[in-house]
Ligand binder design. Structure first.
Ligand SMILES: [Zn+2]
Length: 78
């Protein structure tokens, strides 16, 4: 039972990790809420739809990917 739960969590983390790895995310340079994939950012002409001023800049998500990787490894070794 616990084993199954763990596998499910690992699976979720892995698909999340792949998603993060395969997509560039864009965020407002003014720090508004919201993340956008490339196509969305393009639709907004790389201008933040929330404040209409900030530029949408590529979000550095390497740290997030690394964190997900670490979590998966930890869960696997439990
Ligand atoms: Zn903004």
């Amino acid at each position: 039972m616990l084993q199954e739960r763990r596998e499910m969590v690992i699976e979720k983390l892995e698909s999340r990790m792949k998603y993060e790895e395969q997509n560039y995310f864009f965020q407002c340079s003014n720090g508004c809420e919201g993340r956008y994939v490339f196509i969305e950012a393009m639709d907004y002409n790389f201008i933040c739809p929330v404040c209409q001023q900030g530029q949408l800049v590529a979000d550095e998500n390497k740290k997030k990917v690394q964190f997900l990787k670490d979590s998966i490894i930890k869960l696997r070794n439990l």
